[in-house]
Ligand binder design. Structure first.
Ligand code: HEM
Length: 173
């Protein structure tokens, strides 16, 4: 991975970003952070509805129709800005354990959100009448929210990967 990261840092786009590092990376990071608010805020609203703690004047389908597009759009922005940060600073990002655990959890969180939205569209009557009130569904809502919180913590930990000690490839690179 170190060799790939070194190769990536010599590519045209990476060099352009590195040459304007002082403002490009902070700008991309700021957009990344705003998109985190949009994504986690959307997940939070749907989870609150599943828990029965907010939005009870709307059906689960209405709540998801409202926040789902924000979640999807926010994820695209995170993918684009995150990708640009990786291209701009490949060695800093790719040679950390925090980055790879984060990517794994982003994939899990995205998969759960996608399966949930497809299932809700197909079986919305079932969801309103039975599935939503099950304890297991409520626990899943809490678990998925915690996954997004863990992603935020891991995103910040990329800069402090030494906390993983010998598990961090950055220590061996
Ligand atoms: C979708 C793919 C994503 C990619 C490729 C990506 C990539 C990155 C990269 C490269 C950094 C810079 C880390 C550093 O150099 O310090 C970063 C920061 C961060 N990311 Fe992501 N990210 C993605 C999605 C997400 C998501 C979904 C969240 C949370 C919901 C998130 C939360 C964060 C946080 C909190 C930071 C630290 C920002 C800072 O302190 O400036 N990222 N991400």
């Amino acid at each position: 991975m170190t060799r790939f990261a070194e190769w990536l840092s010599q590519t045209y786009l990476s060099i352009v970003i590195q040459n304007h590092n002082s403002w490009v990376i902070p700008t991309i990071q700021s957009i990344h952070i705003v998109a985190i608010g949009v994504v986690v805020g959307s997940v939070f609203m749907v989870d609150l509805r599943i828990m029965g703690w907010a939005g009870m004047d709307q059906t689960l389908r209405q709540t998801t129709n409202r926040f789902g597009p924000w979640l999807t759009g926010g994820l695209y922005v995170l993918l684009a800005t995150g990708g640009l940060m990786v291209i701009g600073e490949p060695v800093r990002e790719l040679v950390t354990v925090s980055f790879w655990i984060k990517m794994f959890l982003v994939a899990v969180g995205t998969l759960v959100a996608t399966v949930f939205q497809i299932s809700l569209r197909k079986y919305d009557q079932d969801w309103e009448e039975r599935v939503c009130s099950r304890a297991s569904t409520k626990w899943l809502a809490i678990l998925t929210f915690l996954i997004w919180v863990a992603i935020i913590i891991l995103g910040r930990l990329i800069a402090y990967d030494h906390v993983w000690g010998s598990w961090s490839p950055a220590q061996k690179a």
